[in-house]
Design a protein around this ligand. Structure first.
Ligand code: ASP
Length: 443
């Protein structure tokens, strides 16, 4: 098949065209035109992904669990997954602190610039502060309480309740395993059929992915640059070093932690891994949302890497909500950077607190655009850094969100590979996958 018919190339081309269009549009002042006529297509694409996410979690997880003959496997998978998610996040924060401290000594940021950036983003800070305040008021166990829905329809009605849906699906799955197959077999069959149907719908949605990605990138670039690209360039230049620090730490984390983990604990080759999850990485980059990318991540892991559904259907939805290494890296670096500019010295104990709060804050952050910045407020408060400092980094927040969302879904996929391998499960051999990939234009 010619390369241009392959989905990931189409998405890459769409991204480049979106970037070029965005730059031209802000240069010629087409901001309103883009907002009214281009952006909605990106929103339609994201809505379609979100639309399918909840039914996918339900059908896929119920089918996955119902197929288990032994429920101890479920708790084993759960333990390994959560354990790996927490360990990788702690490593991510430590790595970010190392990078940030190494760069700290450069002292390249002037007081004038700080004032200027603060003024630019004053309104937005108040907004994030209010949301964070609400989050803190609820107390530490609230996150666990939030996982248990009081109403099934309610749980299904909001994509923010993804963990509630996971909980509900686990309950139904366990119920099916424990019940008499003659009586409930029909219900298992219904979930299986629904699962099959949803996979076909995901394939349909992916057909329009390049258009969605183009519109999404075009509108993000025009929004960032506004009608004054020169100003956007100034902000970008001023925060260049900060941006570089975050991207470097994200890159190192992928290189050492994920690749290391795959090499040490799985038989999956690095090339095969990245080739398989490339569409999900590209969609995460353009949507800045691990939750919206979830259907694609699941499709890539199951179809391309041949990982078993009983594992992916648990690890990936849970990962999309709780495993955010990219977010924790962003938070740790931002905290050190902001403190440094504001002239606050972080003690060793402060940095330990950063490790703890960043880990918890990234677990608490939802897989949606901008969630990490809200939780950053909580991390800053934990070590008494004035919240106004966030203004300093808001200028490149959206760009970083794109990169960190990619790392977030890459982490979910890498952990899923490790858990699958440790359970001795990989449904397709790499050779079978090779030929499958060549035949299917969507892969
Ligand atoms: N946008 C990120 C995600 O969806 C979360 C965040 O860091 O804001 O993974």
């Amino acid at each position: 098949m010619p390369w241009y018919k392959k989905l990931h190339w189409q998405i890459i081309i769409a991204m480049i065209l979106g970037l070029i269009y965005g730059l031209i549009a802000s240069r010629f002042g087409w901001v309103k035109f883009t907002e009214y006529w281009i952006k909605p297509w990106g929103t339609i694409f994201i809505n379609l992904l979100k639309l399918i996410a909840m039914p996918m979690i339900l059908a896929s997880l119920v089918t996955g669990i119902a197929s288990l003959s032994d429920l101890t496997k479920l708790s084993r998978i759960g333990g390994k997954t959560i354990g790996l998610y927490i360990i990788t996040t702690i490593i991510a924060v430590i790595l970010a602190l190392l990078v940030a401290n190494a760069f700290k000594s450069t002292g390249a940021f002037s007081g004038e610039l700080r004032k200027q950036l603060k003024e630019m983003y004053a309104g937005k800070i108040q907004e994030k502060q209010d949301i964070a305040a609400k989050q803190i008021k609820k107390g530490p166990l609230q996150s666990i309480v939030n996982i248990i829905p009081q109403n099934a329809v309610d749980a299904a009605s909001n994509n923010r309740n993804m963990l509630q849906m996971v909980f509900l699906a686990i309950l139904i799955g366990i119920g099916l395993v424990k019940s008499n197959k003659e009586k409930t077999g029909i219900i298992s069959k219904i979930f299986e059929s629904a699962n099959e149907l949803i996979l076909r719908i995901v394939e349909l949605i992916m057909v329009i992915a390049p258009f969605g990605v183009f519109a999404q990138l075009a509108s993000v670039i025009t929004e960032l640059a506004g009608n004054d690209p020169a100003n956007a360039m100034r902000v970008l230049k001023a925060l260049g070093l900060y941006l570089f620090m975050v991207i470097l730490a994200l890159f190192l984390h992928v290189m050492f932690v994920y690749i290391g983990m795959l090499k040490l604990f799985t038989k999956i080759s690095i090339k095969e891994f990245f080739k398989a999850i490339q569409p999900a990485m590209l969609i995460a980059f353009s949507t800045s949302s691990s939750a919206a990318t979830l259907p694609i991540t699941m499709e890539c892991c199951e179809k391309e890497l041949g990982l078993p559904e009983e594992i992916t259907s648990f690890t990936l939805p849970v990962g999309a909500t709780v495993n955010m290494d990219g977010t924790s890296i962003y938070q740790a670096i931002s905290v050190v950077f902001i403190a440094h500019i504001m002239g606050i010295n972080l003690t060793f104990m402060d940095q330990i607190t950063v490790i703890l709060t960043c880990t918890l804050a990234s677990i608490g952050a939802a897989g949606v655009p901008g969630a990490g910045v809200v939780m950053l407020v909580i991390v800053m408060q934990a070590i008494n850094i004035p919240i106004e400092g966030i203004a300093l980094v808001l200028g490149v927040e959206r760009i970083i969100d794109m990169f960190r969302s990619v790392v977030n879904i890459t982490g979910d996929s890498a952990v899923t590979c490790v858990v699958s391998q440790s359970e001795g499960n990989r449904t397709n051999s790499p050779t079978a996958l090779e030929s499958k990939t060549d035949d299917n234009p969507n892969l």
